[in-house]
Structures are given as C-alpha cells and as structure tokens.
Design a protein around this ligand. Structure first.
Ligand code: FMN
Length: 185
C-alpha cells in the first residue's frame, strides 16, 4: 500500500484533512496559519491568524478579523492573500493563494451572534488597531459587531511540500481543476 505522499491525490486529501484539523483542533499547527498580504504601497506583510473554516468542495477558507485592522486596507488595495502552514509531525508545508472578499455588518451579524463573549474581545478596540498609544495598555477592548469582519478566501492555488527521505512537491490550481502537478522541490 502506498503512503499518502506518494500520489498527488494522496497529498490533496492530506492538505484538506490538515486544514480541517486546524479548524477543529485548537492545538493543531494548521489552526494558526501565517496570513500574508501586500500593503497598499506594495510591501509584503504577514501575521498569525486563526483558521475558522475550510471547505474542500468549494475550495474556500475563512478568517475572522477586526474591520479596522491594517490588513483590511491592504486587502482593499490588493484583494489577495497567501497562507502558510508547517505541520512538523507530517513533514508537510502547505502554501495557499487566495482571492479575498471582506464581509462585515449585516452580512456577518448572524455569525457574530454565535460568537461567545470571550472570543468577541478580539474584535473592537479603541483606539483602532495599530494606532500609536502613550503607554502599552492605553487602549480599551470594545467588542462591537460593527468592527467584526470575515475574510472569505477563495483558494486559487495550493503548493504542498513533503520532506521525507525523498522530497516531493506538488501544485494544484483552481484553473487546472485541482489536477495535481509534481514540481521539482
Ligand atoms: C496566536 C495568534 C492568533 C491570532 N489570530 C488572529 C485572527 O484570527 N485574526 C486577526 O485578525 N488577528 C489575529 N491575530 C493578531 C494578528 O497576528 C495581528 O497582530 C493583527 O491582526 C494585526 O495585524 P494587521 O495590522 O496586519 O492587520 C493573532 C495573533 C496571534 C499571536
């Protein structure tokens, strides 16, 4: 029987299972991907986020954020993102490219109503995220549905690298109907 990393189909399934584990398991490395964007003046920028949903059939993932955080300005200028996950236990690097749509206000109200109080603390702060303050704690947490945003990421490409005794790399693209293509690592 072949190992999962020996076929492009096996890697495809492993990638989406890993993303699903990240959503379901707070301790899994896929829970906290690095989310990279390009600023309005062209600078790369990266930060940790929490993976909220992953839908293999639709090829989508979602992230929650503060509507007034800098990444929103970046995404308005360049509605694209890259995500990176390193799962050391599986020796698997996953990189995703995605087109990003920002949802907020009435579009996200039903979801906001389901978010527990402690988790709402991450959305809404005065002054807005990234504003210079005089001392470290010179801010007030101000949970507010008006500052809650969902980043709907439509995955356009996936690059996966498995570092076993042999290194294997495969790419999948939406345009290529997710057909796996082996790449030199
Ligand atoms: C473990 C961890 C999880 C985080 N999860 C999120 C998240 O889900 N959404 C988010 O917007 N920021 C999250 N952050 C904060 C971001 O990394 C970042 O500091 C913040 O969003 C501001 O980024 P920006 O100025 O680039 O918009 C998290 C940070 C850490 C350390």
């Amino acid at each position: 029987m072949s190992e999962w990393f020996e076929t492009t189909e096996g890697i495809w399934t492993k990638v989406w299972n890993t993303l699903g584990r990240g959503v379901a398991d707070a301790k899994h490395p896929a829970r906290r991907p690095t989310f990279a964007t390009v600023s309005s003046d062209g600078w790369p920028e990266a930060r940790t986020v929490v993976l909220r949903t992953a839908d293999q059939d639709a090829g989508t993932i979602t992230i929650h954020t503060d509507l007034f955080s800098d990444k929103i300005n970046s995404l308005r200028a360049h509605p694209r993102a890259a995500l990176h996950i390193w799962d050391a236990k599986q020796d698997l690097q996953i990189r995703l490219q995605a087109e990003v749509t920002i949802s907020s206000g009435a579009q996200t109200r039903t979801l906001w109503d389901r978010i527990p109080d402690h988790a709402r603390q991450s959305y809404g702060v005065t002054p807005a995220p990234g504003t210079p303050i005089k001392t470290a704690l010179d801010y007030v947490k101000d949970p507010d549905p008006a500052t809650f945003a969902v980043l709907q990421c439509t995955v356009t490409g996936i690059d996966a690298v498995h570092l076993g005794a042999d290194h294997r790399r495969v790419s999948f693209s939406r345009m290529g109907h997710w057909q796996g293509q082996w790449l030199s690592p």
